[in-house]
Design a protein around this ligand. Structure first.
Ligand code: GTP
Ligand code: MG
Length: 197
């Protein structure tokens, strides 16, 4: 797929104010600082489209980006931000879980996992919750440029093994780097296939 246009539409804290659920939508989610906003910029080839930061907790709203005037990429706040207050964490959790569970136009949840890390409990719990809700999701292992492909493969194998405890079939996965554009074509082709169904 060629990304011809990518346009910021709106930021929201209220589900009632989201764009009407009539266009296919793909939500990018994962731990704070995992690289969600950077990946969105890489996929759309628009550097400043989604705001990125070295400080975790940058994205605090549901952000809609309209792609090729036909479908949405959604940038979500990261989970597991250690320095967030308890109230903030609880609010985040409720808001995002409601969005994911109720959004009719959501085609697939793109769960970003830091490829440098061993399986993290918070990521596994989140995947299990998606599974319980029957939501389609794929895994995107980010920041692959930061270590050897051997190390990345080892961490992916461990993550898959950990998921096999609860999932009969491990979801489809991608390996990416927002620095080198690794994984860009594969993810866009995947979205294209769903959009055409
Ligand atoms: P929150 O919105 O705070 O949850 O973070 P986020 O998941 O949107 O992460 P963001 O894209 O802001 O990236 C966090 C940091 O990681 C930034 O300093 C990025 O430059 C860096 N980063 C993201 N992706 C990559 C990558 O693929 N490779 C490298 N080397 N750095 C990356
Ligand atoms: Mg972000």
């Amino acid at each position: 797929m060629i990304v011809k246009s990518a346009e910021f539409i709106c930021s929201n804290t209220q589900i009632s104010k989201l764009p009407p659920p009539v266009k296919a939508e793909y939500a990018f989610i994962g731990r704070s600082n995992v690289g969600k906003s950077s990946l969105i910029n890489m996929l759309t080839a628009k550097k400043g489209l989604a705001k990125t930061s070295q400080t975790p907790g940058k994205t605090q709203l549901i952000n809609h980006f309209y792609i090729n005037e036909s479908w949405y990429i959604v940038d979500l706040p990261g989970y597991g931000y250690a320095r967030a207050s308890k109230t903030n964490k609880a609010n985040w959790s409720k808001f995002i879980h409601t969005y994911l569970d109720k959004r009719e136009s959501l085609q697939c949840v793109m769960v970003l996992i830091d490829s440098r890390l061993e399986p993290q409990k918070i990521d596994l719990e989140f995947c299990n919750w998606l599974g319980e809700k029957g939501l389609s999701f794929v895994l995107i292992f980010t920041k692959a440029d930061k270590q050897s492909s051997v190390k990345t493969d080892q961490n992916i194998a461990k993550f898959k093994k950990a998921l096999q405890v609860t999932f009969e079939e491990v979801p489809h996965y991608f390996v990416t780097s927002s620095e080198t554009q690794l994984g860009r074509e594969e993810i866009l082709a995947f979205i294209d296939t769903i959009n055409k169904d």
